[in-house]
Ligand binder design. Structure first.
Ligand code: NAP
Length: 438
């Protein structure tokens, strides 16, 4: 019997468990740990609440979770409740699938002012992550600035722009829905330090911005390169740029019909934020793109910014005893191998890139590596105690483990509490989750 511990129950964790099952069938036992009492990581607290079809992939993970040889071990914090060396004593292989939950910092003056957020906290807030449920962003100002031109920036801008009606069928949490319904925001500026040909936004997601009830996307025609140059782009990016061109063609009277403007400010590198207590303005330097890089032009200007959300990427949380690559913000690894018997997968391995589906080949590829290491006699020979050993330790330490069956009770209670037409009303604090699980 092989014993595998996976830390993190998001997409990378469940795809790895699925791959282990395909590889070894009944000859493997997989324990998937999560520090929250609820599974699915980014599917629950990262994917936008109005993208329910993407969240539907959790049904696939549930199939894996409900098999005999895979267990969910919720409400257990690796690094404090149990250490990595302890897990390595119990399991043949320990796989870190902990994602990249921390915001990258801009490192700008004024970044610590009130109402300046990173996307991990802001997205966590509207998705009901217990760590960010009390964020309480002030949406009373008229101007919002979103920094970055990736899909997270698009999510944030769209959520800020939508009407209450447009959240029908979503699982946006009540505190966010109420705050957004009372919002005064009239203008959302998306700042990109490079140009339209360097955006990281994918076409389907960018296209959505053109179909909002009360918001209109504005692109300055002069920022767009010659149309002929689009032919050099890879097809996805070319399609995204086509959306930008269609936004640039929206006539003024159509903009005027909408209450909110979502403006793309290209070649705009934020350099400082100002305000008293809370942010009020952001200073921006015009750039030119040279050999793909943004280079400052020296020309600066200031725009109003009563709330700022920086969507510039994420970093993995270091764990004691695990080598960390500070520069890259993820575990130091060679194609998923960290140390003998210790691995990483998903964003914890490669950094915050790709879609949910990218984690599938990542998980399957990692299991191939573990097979190789087992075949080479590096692991799998010591007769580890696996889940039995963990259960003894959990009893000893009085850990309040939440099982998958317990989660199903939480899930049922969330479904029962849902608004009309919504799939669920999430619990936003750990105690309430645990209470519902009992
Ligand atoms: P991303 O795609 O890497 O985009 C980050 C953006 O931040 C880039 O535009 C980058 O500009 C900018 N940036 C970085 N550092 C900056 C700085 N110091 N100042 C100004 N701008 C800066 O990251 P993301 O949006 O966080 O998304 C993470 C991953 O999740 C991506 O793979 C994304 O596709 C995926 N995702 C997918 C969906 C979906 O499919 N619906 C939804 C959300 C997220 P430069 O390019 O100039 O560095």
């Amino acid at each position: 019997m092989r014993h595998i511990a996976i830390i993190g129950s998001g997409p990378a964790g469940y795809y790895t468990a699925e791959a282990a099952q395909k590889q070894w069938g009944d000859d493997v036992r997989v324990d998937i740990f999560d520090k929250l009492p609820v599974p699915y990581g980014l599917i629950r607290t990262g994917v936008a609440p109005d993208h329910q079809s993407i969240k539907g992939v959790s049904r696939r993970y549930e199939k894996t979770a409900l098999t005999e040889n895979v267990r969910f071990v919720g409400n257990v914090s690796v690094g404090s409740d149990i250490t990595i060396p302890e897990l390595q004593q119990l399991y043949d292989a320990v796989v870190l699938a902990t994602g990249a939950p921390n915001d990258r910092q801009l490192g700008l003056p004024g970044e610590d002012l009130g109402n300046v957020f990173g996307s991990a906290s802001f997205v966590g807030w509207y998705n009901g992550h217990p760590q960010f449920a009390d964020l309480n962003p002030d949406l009373g100002g008229r101007h919002a600035v979103v920094i970055g031109m990736g899909n997270v920036a698009l999510d944030v801008a769209r959520i800020l722009a939508k009407t209450e009606q447009e959240f029908a069928g979503s699982d946006i949490v009540k505190h966010a829905l109420d705050a957004l319904a009372a919002s005064n925001i009239e203008k959302i500026t998306i700042l990109g330090r490079r140009g339209p040909h360097q955006i990281m936004m994918t076409p389907k997601e960018l296209g959505e911005l053109g179909n909002l009830m009360r918001a209109s996307p504005r692109v300055d025609r002069d920022d767009l390169p010659e149309e002929a140059d689009d032919a050099l782009l890879e097809p996805g990016l070319r399609k995204s740029v086509t959306h930008l061109r269609s936004f640039a063609a929206i006539p003024e009277d159509m903009h005027a019909e909408k209450a909110i403007e979502v403006e793309f400010d290209f070649f705009a590198n934020p350099t400082a934020m100002s305000g008293e207590g809370s942010v009020k303005t952001i200073e921006v330097e015009r750039t030119v793109v040279e050999k793909g890089r943004a280079v400052g032009s020296g020309e600066t200007y200031t725009i109003p910014a009563e709330i700022v959300v920086a969507c510039i990427g994420y970093r993995t949380s270091p764990i004691p005893d695990v080598p960390f690559d500070e520069r890259a913000g993820r575990f130091a690894n060679d194609e998923g191998r960290i140390l003998t018997g210790l691995y990483c997968v998903g964003w914890a391995r490669r950094g915050p890139s790709g879609t949910i589906g990218t984690n599938r080949p990542d998980g399957y590829g990692l299991i191939e590596k573990i097979v190789e290491d087992m075949d080479n006699g590096l692991l799998g020979r010591a007769g580890k105690s696996g889940r039995e050993g963990f259960d003894a330790l959990a009893t000893d330490r009085k850990l309040d483990v939440v099982t998958f069956q317990d989660w199903k009770k939480i899930e049922e209670a969330e479904a029962a509490a849902a608004r009309d037409g919504a799939p669920r009303e999430k619990f936003v604090d750990v105690e309430a989750m645990i209470k519902a699980s009992q």
